[in-house]
Design a protein around this ligand. Sequence first.
Ligand SMILES: [Zn+2]
Ligand SMILES: [Zn+2]
Length: 196
Amino acid sequence: MNEQSAIDELYALIRFVYAKRHRLAEKIIAAFEEALADKTDPGERQAVIAHWLDFYQAHKYRKLMRRRRSTDRERMLPCSACGYPISQRHHLWDIATHGENRVTVQLCANCHELHHLMYNAVARDSVYSQKLIRHLLAARQPPPEAVIRIFGWLRAILSYEVESGWLESYKLSDLWIEDRLGWRAYLNSLSTAAGA
Ligand SMILES: [Zn+2]
Ligand SMILES: [Zn+2]
């Protein structure tokens, strides 16, 4: 990268990090220009630019990772899975990979927990989550329609992650999922209950 494009990248980073504090961003850029003007040795200039780039890249990363607080209005939206009147914002695209993003769904505390348990049971092969899921499903909680909806989202997320190359593709197979969640047994227990 030549010096000018490194500087352009740095300015773009600073303006991104201080997107809502325009004047501060320009002040920082001016300070940087002043610091750089003192240096004539190309190696030294490069080191100064690299230092600032590192610093603002880390800043940008932290900004992206920052979870936005739910608004009151969002909290009062009903759970998208079961309809419970208050909900939490769940990131279908997880923050660790994607940063704060808009791919979210509102879930009540119980459906939210179930979604995380299901994801960890299948994607992370967490035995602990698998145990809790079986316990919940045996207790018919959350209600079956909600569980089936959450399962649909889970599959969509898993296939997106497999397609993107983040998750091993065998974790999307029916057999794998069945083993991790006891899914077919659950569906069978529902139809038996309905038939009885
Ligand atoms: Zn719910
Ligand atoms: Zn969540």
